[in-house]
Design a protein around this ligand. Structure first.
Ligand code: IPE
Ligand code: IPE
Ligand code: MG
Length: 234
């Protein structure tokens, strides 16, 4: 068995609402519990030498949810960083984000920007929060930036994939190695379309609030047993 750790794990943290409903709780209780799972899985990834953990926290489609749920999700970053910032710093974790945070209330934006600022010199795991993120939106924005560069004569029309990828908001991150989606759904829901091109996908029925280190290790083990051929032959 190859013991190689995935450098970049991406997680579609799904099932918070169903987790809460099953317990007779409001959906928001599931989101709160799910935020605690981000903490424990980030620390576990850091301990295992994973370089990047990207978590899908709010999609460009999630604005369709009832206003009170959207409001709650907007307040979660404050809850999360108030509670765990010290621990993230102690663990040398660097916080980043992907997505157009301009659309969030000022307080939410400031909390996220301040977490990024306070941890920017940390050299452990990169914990990347995808907030108001959409994969198609990311590629569309990259195309806009690229077209502008062409018009200014700063980029060549015959661009290669590698050069184009530098216009993406995820350009600083390596491609996804392992993509996990919790709670039984088997779809990408517009997450990291470009960087997931050759990711290994693992779907688990476990709801995100119940996802733990043991589940993480099972997913990593399954990943390590796979043969990544990238179109070649083994
Ligand atoms: C994932 O859980 C969290 C977000 C999308 C913000 P859901 O809220 O989608 O939970 P389910 O899928 O309705 O159970
Ligand atoms: C994907 O989950 C988005 C996040 C986890 C933030 P959703 O629950 O919103 O996705 P769908 O509706 O099942 O595709
Ligand atoms: Mg869902």
């Amino acid at each position: 068995m190859k013991e190689k750790m995935p450098a970049h794990i991406a997680i579609i943290m799904d099932g918070n609402g169903r987790w809460a409903r099953k317990r007779g709780l409001p959906r928001t209780a599931g989101h709160k519990q799910g935020a605690q799972t981000i903490r424990s899985i980030a620390i576990a990834c850091n301990e295992r030498g994973v370089k990047v953990l990207s978590v899908y926290a709010f999609s460009t489609e999630n604005w369709k949810r009832p206003q009170d749920e959207v409001d709650y999700l907007c307040k979660l970053p404050r809850f999360f960083f108030n509670r765990y910032m010290e621990e993230l710093i102690k663990n040398n974790i660097q916080v980043r984000f992907l997505g157009e945070i301009e659309r969030f209330p000022e307080d939410t934006r400031n909390v996220i920007l301040s977490a990024v600022e306070k941890t920017k010199h940390n050299s452990g795991l990169i914990l990347c929060l995808a907030v108001n993120y959409g994969g198609r939106r990311e590629i569309t924005l990259a195309a806009q930036r690229y077209a502008a560069a062409v018009l200014k004569g700063e980029a060549d029309l015959q661009i290669e994939e590698e050069a184009f990828s530098r216009y993406l908001m995820s350009s600083e991150l390596p491609d996804v190695d392992l993509m996990i989606r919790t709670s039984g759904e088997q779809r990408l829901s517009n997450f990291l379309l470009w960087s997931n091109a050759y990711a290994e996908f693992i779907f688990t029925p476990v709801a995100w609030p119940d996802f733990d280190e043991k589940q993480l290790d099972l997913a990593i083990q399954e990943y390590q047993e796979r043969d990544r051929r990238y179109g070649g032959i083994s």
